[in-house]
Design a protein around this ligand. Structure first.
Ligand SMILES: O=C(O)CC1=NCN=C1
Ligand SMILES: [Zn+2]
Length: 426
């Protein structure tokens, strides 16, 4: 009913609303975070009724009765953080690869030896749906305690129809049962499995003719993603798969130019992908093709940090060119075993050269656009979900500056307090 306010968050020292254009924040727009001193947020039925300067919010809600008030004690409040690229559902872990890495064995060499993704495929195939669920739930709890209220989760460790469906069912169940909203991406084209070694054409046909139609029929994923990389799927194979997915109504994503400049970024522009991921080796013409098509550039600085790469994604160049940049953990057991989007914010500043404002834009409104959810989350404004974080800080710059700890004080998800004073409320 419109005749009351359920919750009023007041005495917010700095309220970052991220209000403004409904489109992605491109280029210099990424610095416009619409910060407000002494702010307030009025919430009704899990939806924001008003957000902005406290006196304006109070004027907007007028004499409506306020059920509960929460004093933010002068702290910093931002939209709930959004992690637009994770391989959340998987079995096993790959700490044994740390020794190889320290001996100088590269990511692609480990993969070529049947390790890497393929070892996670073995663990995921062996794991029961229940085991996958409880492992992924733990990670989702960690993400929520770190301020993440919406995330994307890819399949891609099953590589058989049944095991891919198993992963996607786990993500769907988590989306239903866990406070964090999850968006699913089918990524059957993550790697050619051992049983199809040397027969990638046949595996591509399996993905197109068997997996995609069944995932669509069961409504188990909104997006389709492909690992376009040297020794994985070629640009031609990636195009074949993504075109088929597009015809079936999937949104498109592509792991592009992570290690070798394959032209994945150009393909992302050509196909009109909603986002392209990694982009460390992407060329200027690839980035320009993306810019023209409005493809969100998702940079993964924890991955290039963990792979000890000399190059990181050229986020400064992307912003200068006028692209919309998002950031993500790329959480997965091999190339980026971390759930910490706050650490990614620090690496966005220190390794990608982004400012704190650009980084916050990249993990809120631009991340929301990268998963097609910018109409419901990613900023604090009337009509959007009341997903917000109260941080133990009073300035935005403090978050990426002071790294390696969790700055979260309180998290609201759809107006419900799910983290209070740094503790997850079960
Ligand atoms: O290594 C993994 O398990 C995940 C990954 N896919 C593409 N790059 C990294
Ligand atoms: Zn990835």
């Amino acid at each position: 009913a419109n005749n009351r306010i359920d919750l009023l968050i007041h005495n917010i020292g700095t309220l970052i609303t991220m209000q403004g254009n409904r489109e992605t924040r491109k280029g210099s727009e990424m610095s416009e975070v619409a910060a407000v001193r002494r702010g307030a947020v009025a919430i009704r039925d899990g939806i924001i009724a008003a957000a902005g300067p406290e006196d304006e919010v109070l004027a907007q809600i007028g004499g409506l009765p306020v059920e509960r008030k929460h004093d933010a004690e002068g702290r910093l409040v931002t939209p709930g953080l959004i992690d637009p690229h994770t391989h959340l559902v998987h079995g096993g872990s790959r700490e044994h690869e740390l020794d190889l890495k320290l001996k100088g064995v590269s990511y692609l060499e480990i993969l070529a030896q049947g390790g890497g993704i393929l070892s996670t495929v073995r663990s995921t195939r062996q794991a029961t749906e229940e085991e996958l669920y409880s492992k992924a739930k733990q990670s989702l709890d960690t993400m929520l305690s770190l301020g993440v209220t919406t995330a994307e989760a890819k399949s891609g460790y099953g590589l058989t129809l049944e095991d891919e469906l198993k992963q996607l069912r786990v993500a769907r169940r988590l989306n239903q049962e866990h406070p964090v909203d999850l968006v699913s991406t089918f990524m059957g084209a993550h790697m050619v499995p051992e049983e199809y070694k040397g027969r990638s054409g046949e595996f591509v046909r399996l993905v197109i003719e068997q997996m995609l139609p069944e995932v669509k029929r069961q409504g188990l994923a909104e997006f389709c993603d492909v690992f376009c990389e040297h020794g994985v799927f070629s640009v031609e194979e990636s195009e074949q798969i993504l075109l088929a997915a597009k015809e079936m109504g999937f949104g498109l994503k592509i792991h592009a130019d992570e290690i070798e400049p394959m032209g994945g970024a150009q393909l992302a522009g050509k196909l009109g992908c909603i986002s392209a991921e990694h982009l460390i080796a992407a060329s200027d013409e690839g980035l320009e093709a993306m810019r023209q098509a409005g493809v969100v550039a998702v940079c993964l600085p924890a991955t290039s940090f963990n792979l000890r790469l000399k190059q990181h994604a050229r986020a400064r160049r992307m912003i200068e060119m006028g692209l919309a940049v998002a950031l993500s953990t790329d959480y997965n057991p091999g190339s980026s075993p971390t759930e910490s989007l706050q650490l990614v914010m620090t690496l966005g500043c220190l390794n990608l050269g982004m400012t704190p404002e650009e980084v916050l834009t990249a993990v809120t409104i631009n991340a929301a656009h990268a998963i097609g959810k910018a109409d419901t989350v990613g900023s604090l404004e009337a009509g959007k979900q009341a997903d917000l974080v109260i941080f133990k800080a009073d300035k935005l710059a403090y978050l990426p500056y002071h790294f390696g700890i969790n700055h979260v004080h309180t998290v609201l998800k759809r107006g419900n307090m799910v983290v209070s004073d740094g503790t997850l409320i079960r």
